[in-house]
Ligand binder design. Structure first.
Ligand code: AMP
Length: 557
């Protein structure tokens, strides 16, 4: 066993679970895992305050797997998640960690899929049930005993579940579970509504919160880029085109990711290497020396492997995977800006990790500005600049050394010096795209397909009531209030219908209406705070698509 897995080994988890964790490539437990795993293993109820990106899924999945009995073919643990997307993610995580536990099965229960196979999987003895509350209640209506053997309950992203209106469903589910069960609640925020649930349904819960001390970050310019997880490598390659770096360190979460990204970079001609906990000490020193003296320009590392790394040449840090907590973010970006030099730190943020970004901003007391992917023009300009920089030192004495040869070649070939210079450039640039059209063609990612905020017109995904689409809340502009209607895509509503109705009947100017978000079973509209009550009264009887609009002020918690 390598030293890095010592962290996980110390929990005394079932060896099959530990083996799966090691195979996944995790090097050490994150802070939330460090604190939660022993508490949950010991059977206590717990309230964990943590958001996505902290490693919270493994924080409950590992101890729960440890506690179940694979020989018993009946539901033993129930995980509730606000959306189908999260339920599937959690179920997949459980499957990964249970890979070496024969006989353990996991079922994901969510709306939009037929109920029969889900119920069958539960009755066939799946020990772990990961469900969205709405669909689970549908199952309970058919078979109220279906959860009677569950002795571990986890509420994941409890605040999101309440925001999506699952309160009543949760109460139904609590009633269907044995009172002796263990209950673990994870939530990014702890508003009164969540504390009330904890009060009623948890027994003497232990609290776990990641302490976030204020950190100072100096001389480092920080930025973030929103990107989907599966587009990170393309995004990194695009960013590298335009970032003027000397040496660069990229942080990822797993050993495998260090290898994958380093080889993708090498394939594009970068001098890159991986640094992870599996790499022997002498090899690790070689990598760091190479980064110091310029034989390498990019190192892709895990947090553990990069500990103590001090290379003054590093001008940039790319946080390709989100750090677990703000402290580790500050640590990571401290690898640049060494010895009073300026540094630049870029953070890739997937849509689900936006909250973590806010926490980082709060703790560091600094705004991490958003950047967009460079467009084709920016890439072209950067490539030409690099070419200019590499050729300009060669021009000075080239004519005296190679001028005569040029004359001879142009005469022999029968071409102009311009034609010959162009041919040499083509050879020297080795097929690199150096026109806008060529760059546009080669780029898998265009700047505006990075995930933005919610787009009102996108109503393509239509889950049923069991898994209302969850998105990160979008900050409200000043002077605006968010209002909600129970009409959504399933009622045949599109953003333009809502806009039309509010404009016509509310007598507002177009600019007065902000973002409109249409979800499956509800919609949100941003309206002027000023005069809101009057406006809502005015719209009292408004109908859209034949149904009453019933617009109400919407509170986030
Ligand atoms: P979560 O906060 O549960 O959504 O986890 C975020 C990501 O971190 C997931 O991709 C996990 O696979 C990964 N992860 C969780 N724990 C660890 C760990 N100890 N080491 C490396 N990656 C981890």
């Amino acid at each position: 066993m390598t030293q890095e897995t010592g962290g996980f080994a110390a929990f005394n988890l079932n060896p099959n679970i530990l083996a799966a964790v090691i195979a996944t490539g995790y090097e050490e437990p994150s802070a939330i895992q460090q604190q939660s795993i022993p508490i949950i293993m010991a059977g206590h109820d717990m309230i964990g305050q943590a958001q996505t990106g902290t490693g919270k899924t493994a924080a409950f999945a590992l101890p729960i797997l440890h506690c179940i009995d694979p020989a018993k073919r009946e539901p033993q643990a129930l995980i509730l998640a606000p959306t189908r997307e999260l339920a599937l993610q959690v179920a997949t995580a459980f499957e990964t960690y249970a890979k070496q536990m024969p006989g353990v099965t996991v079922v994901a229960v969510y709306g939009g899929a037929p109920m029969g196979p889900q119920l069958k999987a539960i009755r066939n003895g799946a020990q772990i049930v990961v469900a969205t509350p709405g669909r689970l209640c549908d199952h309970l209506r058919r078979d109220e005993k279906v959860l009677s053997t569950v002795n571990h309950l986890v509420l994941d992203e409890a605040d999101e579940m309440l925001k999506l209106g699952f309160m009543d469903d949760l109460e139904v589910i609590f009633k269907a579970l044995p009172a002796t069960r263990q209950t673990v609640l994870f939530s990014a925020t702890l508003p009164q509504s969540i504390r009330a649930i904890a009060e009623r349904h948890l027994r003497d819960p232990q609290h776990v919160k990641i302490q976030t001390k204020t950190q100072t970050v100096t001389a480092i310019e920080q930025a973030h880029l929103l990107v989907h997880a599966d587009q990170k490598t393309s995004a990194v390659l695009s960013l590298l085109e335009v970032e003027d770096f000397d040496a660069l360190i990229m942080f990822v979460r797993t050993k495998q990711a260090t290898l994958d990204l380093a080889s993708a970079l090498e394939a594009k001609g970068y001098k890159a290497a991986a640094l992870n906990g599996d790499i022997a000490q002498n090899q690790r020193e070689r990598v760091i020396d190479s980064l110091k003296d310029g034989r390498l320009d990019i190192v892709v590392a895990t947090d553990v492997a990069a500990r103590g790394l001090d290379v003054p040449r590093i001008t940039h840090v790319f946080n390709v995977d989100m750090p677990y907590d703000p402290e580790s973010y500050v640590h990571r970006i401290g690898r640049t800006g060494r010895a009073g030099r300026e540094g630049r730190a870029l953070l890739l943020v997937t849509p689900r990790e936006r909250r973590m970004l806010q926490v980082i901003e709060r703790v560091t007391g600094q705004k991490v500005a958003e950047v967009r992917l460079p467009d084709a023009q920016a890439v072209l300009d950067a490539r030409i600049k690099k070419l200019t920089n590499s050729l300009s030192p060669l021009v000075a004495d080239a004519e005296s050394t190679h001028g005569d040869l040029l004359d001879r070649l142009t005469a022999d070939i029968g071409c102009s010096p311009r034609a010959l210079a162009a041919a040499l450039l083509r050879k020297a640039t080795n097929g690199q795209a150096l026109t806008l059209a060529a760059i546009e063609k080669e780029r898998p990612l265009v700047p505006n397909n990075a995930p933005r905020g919610d787009r009102p017109e996108r109503t393509g995904d239509r889950p049923d009531r069991g898994d209302r689409e969850r998105r990160a809340p979008v900050p409200l502009a000043e002077g605006r209030a968010r209002c909600r209607t129970a009409l959504g895509a399933r009622d045949g509503i599109a953003a333009k219908n809502l806009l039309g109705a509010i404009l016509n009947e509310g007598g507002l100017a177009r600019e007065a209406i902000g973002r409109i978000q249409v979800r499956d079973s509800f919609s949100l509209v941003e309206l002027p705070e000023d005069g809101l009550e009057r406006l809502l009264t005015k719209l009292k009887d408004t109908r859209v698509a034949g149904k009453q609009l019933k617009l109400r002020r919407y509170r986030e918690d």
